[in-house]
Design a protein around this ligand. Structure first.
Ligand code: ADP
Ligand code: MG
Length: 584
């Protein structure tokens, strides 16, 4: 890079040390060099860099584009280990794509954050960010300073969010039955774009029941999800309580009763097993008779433990640790059911549901620490046996047992239900919904265009572009369903422009290819999904626009892990910083 003589460029700042120039010339003619970065460092900067970042982000959003909406397609992703995943979920796809472009990684991050914040709208957020950038590109090419665009985008985003809040309809104050059906509508909208969309009503009711069962419990793992391959989707069922796969059991287990009504449940975290001596244990005996007493003592200890369990009155004994063959037989003789090596998570869920407390000793077991439920049963589900505790007094937990053909299918069903569960929880907490199917997006777009007209100056153009970008949602919904997007969008624009405002809830009608009142058709989305999506997408777009230089340190090639610690690189705002991003 450094080849010109100093005479031609007297005031030039040299970034690289150069060994190409003969020593004497350097000494004679050059002012002292300032070496900022190591040799071999690669910098790309200025407008071309910004444009290339935008292109990368648009390419990423093009990948997930076709998955949006009820008619969206799925992606099959397979990795070098031979795992295949079929998914429609934006966050899952982005995670699996393994994107290496530093700027495009920002989109992965916002998809993830949308997933953890609200649980749905992950495709939407990536698509919006991509579209905002696409709209910004011609301006950047024409020499508009990115900061001007950023400022306008930010103000457009806050206007949009205010408008969403204004349009959102509250479902507060309704009766439980009404609320249930409203929540089921939200869940159905989420599920309609998924592989299990065909059975969305079935699953929507299930999800709502599950969420209502755990009440305002914050821990999501109180809704258990068990996957049992085989059968059809319709064989899936909800247990109002806990269900888990039968654990490993010893001989004698068959003789235990497999069903109880109102049993007392004892939860333990101790081993009920005769243990062989530790290798380094040493006992010195002087008299052979003493040996028998030691064996007896050992047996007495375990029998004492078992006796105490039985005396507590419990009919079901669960332990996180092993319950051996001796104990299994002992319980079987006394008509008690036992299961050892229960997963910790399941044990805690039983405790929460049945109202017991996990014990670490069998001494002094009082009634208060025992749980109970209406029915305990061991049942065959497909090829597996399940222990099912239903009708638990303190509720607060539910289990969905998922059935279906292929493994990939059940896994995608689980991810889809997760989205739906999150949505119902969100809707329950925030209890405001907006019309989906692109209706809310069209309405904000119209509002922003109208607002733009009142602004004098360049900002008008930028806000107009932002408004135009929002139309990507209805357009993509149409494209994915094979409708004529231009035609539908024209109809929608006309409807939304009605001065009376009655056209506001109109969105794409996915069944006929025309337009329809999304609100009346119960295509609802929690307002928070849209608010979060617009916020995150704008923030990501602004972040990409604010980068004008990428610096790649040659060392980072070999030591990827150190990337974060390197100089000349800032982390972006809100933790969105990708490799090589610099913010000013
Ligand atoms: P995301 O990952 O962003 O949630 P989805 O693939 O779930 O993406 O698609 C969500 C979009 O599909 C939302 O804009 C929603 O309004 C729309 N949508 C869902 N169900 C329907 C429907 N029945 N008719 C029209 N649009 C729908
Ligand atoms: Mg969705």
């Amino acid at each position: 890079m450094i080849c010109a003589t100093a005479r031609n460029f007297p005031a030039r700042l040299y970034l690289f040390s150069s060994s190409a120039l003969p020593e004497p010339i350097v000494h004679d003619l050059l002012q002292p060099q300032i070496i900022l970065l190591k040799e071999g460092t690669d910098t790309s900067q200025g407008k071309p860099q910004l444009i290339s970042n935008i292109n990368a982000c648009v390419a990423v959003s093009d990948v997930v584009r076709t998955t949006l909406g009820p008619r969206g397609m799925d992606k099959l992703i397979h990795d070098d280990k031979g795992n295949t995943t079929i998914s429609n979920d934006g966050a899952t796809i982005m995670k699996l794509l393994d994107i290496v472009h530093p700027a495009a990684k920002i989109l992965v991050d916002i998809a993830k954050s949308q997933d953890s914040e609200v649980g749905d709208g992950t495709t939407t957020v990536v698509l919006l960010a991509g579209e905002f950038l696409k709209e910004a590109k011609p301006f950047i090419e024409d020499g508009v300073h990115p900061q001007n665009l950023i400022r306008s985008y930010r103000s457009a985003s806050s206007l949009a969010i205010e408008k969403i809040k204004e349009l959102a309809v509250s479902i507060e104050g309704k009766s439980l039955e009404e609320k249930k059906s409203l929540l089921a509508k939200c869940a159905a909208t989420t599920l309609s774009s998924k592989l299990i969309g065909g059975e969305k009503e079935f699953f929507a009711t299930m999800v709502v029941d599950a969420v209502l069962a755990i009440g305002l419990e914050d821990r999501l793992n109180m809704i258990g999800m068990k996957k049992v391959p085989g059968g059809t989707m319709r064989d899936s069922f909800l247990v109002n309580g806990v269900a888990f796969k039968k654990t490993f059991s010893y001989a004698g287990f068959e003789q235990q009763p497999k069903k109880f009504l109102n049993p007392k449940i004892l939860l333990l975290n101790i081993e009920l097993e005769l243990k062989s001596e530790k290798e380094n244990a040493e006992i010195r005996l002087s008299d052979p008779l003493q040996y028998q007493s030691i064996v007896d003592a050992e047996w007495n200890i375990i029998y004492d433990k078992l006796d105490k369990c039985v005396k507590s009155g419990a009919k079901v004994v669960l332990s996180r640790l092993a319950i051996g063959d001796l104990a299994t037989q002992y319980f079987a003789d006394r008509d008690i059911f036992c299961a050892g090596r229960v997963a910790e998570e399941d044990l805690h869920r039983v405790a929460a549901a049945a109202g017991g407390t996990v014990q670490t000793t069998v001494n002094n077991i009082i009634d208060e620490v025992l749980g109970t439920c209406d029915v305990f049963e061991e049942k065959q589900v497909g090829n597996e046996r399940f222990n099912i505790f239903s009708g638990c007094p303190s509720g607060r937990t539910a289990t969905i047992v998922l059935r279906g053909g292929a493994d990939q299918f059940i896994e995608e069903a689980e991810r889809s239900l997760h989205d739906a569960i999150m949505i119902v929880r969100r809707a329950l907490k925030n209890s405001t919904v907006v019309a989906g199917g692109g209706a809310i997006d069209m309405e904000i777009s119209r509002y922003l265009r109208q607002h733009a007209r009142t602004i004098a100056g360049k900002s008008q153009l930028f806000i107009n572009s932002y408004a135009k970008a929002l139309e990507v949602i209805p357009r993509q919904l149409c494209d994915n369903a094979g409708f004529d997007a231009t035609d539908v969008l024209n109809k929608l624009r006309q409807k939304h422009a009605l001065p009376s405002g009655e056209g506001a809830p109109y969105g794409v009608d996915i069944n006929t290819g025309g337009i329809a009142d999304s609100f009346a058709n119960f295509v609802w989305e929690p307002a928070v999904v849209k608010i979060n999506a617009i916020n995150a997408a704008t923030e990501a777009a602004c972040l990409v626009l604010s980068v004008d230089e990428t610096v790649k340190n040659p060392k980072s090639e070999s030591a990827q892990g150190d990337a974060a610690a390197m100089g000349g690189r800032g982390r972006g705002r809100g933790g969105y910083g990708g490799r090589g991003m610099r913010r000013r």
